[in-house]
Design a protein around this ligand. Structure first.
Ligand code: NAD
Length: 329
């Protein structure tokens, strides 16, 4: 006679994925189907230290600090995934020493940043934020906001990597002259996009708009310096959506104060947030934004999808599933 109550095979425990920063709900639901998905507030250090010992994967954005102490408290950890680009909040050498992989989503926000750079360029040329604010104040000063057309301007793209080249491609239909400087990209690759490779000094001398897309390295910190800005035309607007400190803020402040350049638009600052009494914030020729380059729904979704796919592949190497959401780059 067959046993009507057969013993069930003991359930194989699913690997634990700890999500320590907010992540798209669709992506977490997808992971929850195959993993033991747990959440904790990564900025709450004791909550993180309590939850981490069971985790096979830790998913963070920028708020959670993953340092040596966290790695030491995580014997089961196989992967730390950063749903975004920068790894400043992750001690990558400590993870590597412990055999823990670190993955990120380097392509996820490049379109968002490129579009912000184009938006800042147009906003600066046409004084859009100031004009809009004046209407809200009940004013109607149509002649107070005379601007400049982008058409016919010379745009210098400093750093012709993922974002720099997307900005160039997006600006080309505006009938601008495009120059670029990047020692690691051959002029021929720039020429394919209608861009002329040029030395840094030429960009500084000839640009009406300098759009900065460099990584922050010892070599690039302060590269847009007092000396560089002394070469500039009075029409120059400096747009920085890369990293704070690459444009020397005191040099920028002096050049603006002395009327040697026309304006600036800054999404990033040497210190974030900048001091409320920063002279740059007090200058109406400066258009500041609070580091919103990656702040689109699509970039966040793309980052979450990319790292979910990577985590799945590491924890379940036989999985061929790709979590794809949002528009592709
Ligand atoms: P990338 O690595 O693809 O491109 C950077 C390019 O700069 C490379 O081609 C490199 O050769 C070039 N470069 C390096 N040193 C140089 C120098 N001294 N002179 C000229 N060129 C030089 O990087 P990316 O993905 O295009 O990102 C560009 C910047 O944007 C980075 O600093 C990144 O952190 C920043 N970023 C900002 C935001 C935001 O929210 N504002 C979001 C994402 C990325």
């Amino acid at each position: 006679m067959t046993d009507p109550y057969p013993e069930e095979a003991p359930a194989v425990p699913q690997p634990v994925i700890l999500v320590a920063d907010p992540l798209d709900e669709g992506v977490t639901a997808d992971l929850a189907a195959d993993f033991d998905l747990r959440h904790c507030e990564g900025a709450d250090r004791s909550a993180l230290l309590t939850a981490i010992p069971q985790a096979a994967a830790l998913i963070v954005r920028s708020a959670t600090q993953v340092d040596q102490e966290i790695i030491d408290a995580a014997p089961a950890l196989r992967v730390v995934a950063r749903a975004g680009v920068g790894l400043d909040n992750i001690d990558v050498p400590a993870a590597t020493r412990a055999g823990v992989k670190v993955v990120n989503a380097p392509e996820s926000n490049v379109v968002s940043v490129a579009e912000l750079a184009v938006g800042l360029i147009l906003s600066s040329l046409r004084h859009i934020p100031a004009a809009s604010a004046s209407v809200r104040r009940g004013e109607w000063r149509r002649s107070a906001f005379q601007g400049e057309e982008l058409c016919g301007k010379t745009v210098g793209v400093l750093g012709f990597g993922r974002i720099g080249r997307l900005v160039a491609a997006r600006l080309a239909p505006f009938d601008v002259e495009l120059l670029a400087n990047d020692p690691h990209i051959p002029d021929s690759a720039m020429a394919e996009l209608g861009v002329t490779g040029a030395p840094f000094e030429t960009l500084m001398r000839r640009s009406d708009i300098l759009t900065v897309h460099l990584p922050r390295t010892p070599e690039t910190i302060g590269i847009v310096s007092h000396e560089a800005l002394r070469l500039a035309r009075p029409t120059l607007r400096v747009v920085n959506t890369s990293r704070g400190g690459i444009v020397d803020e005191s040099a920028l402040e002096v050049a603006l104060k002395e009327g040697r350049i026309a304006g600036a638009a800054l999404d990033v600052f040497a210190m974030e947030p900048p001091a409320a009494d920063s002279p740059l914030l007090g200058d109406t020729a400066v258009l500041p934004t609070p580091h919103i380059g990656a702040g689109t729904r699509q970039a966040q979704l793309r980052a979450a999808s990319e790292i979910a796919t990577a985590v799945r592949r590491i924890l379940l190497p036989t999985s061929t599933r790709t979590v794809v959401r949002g528009c592709s780059v």
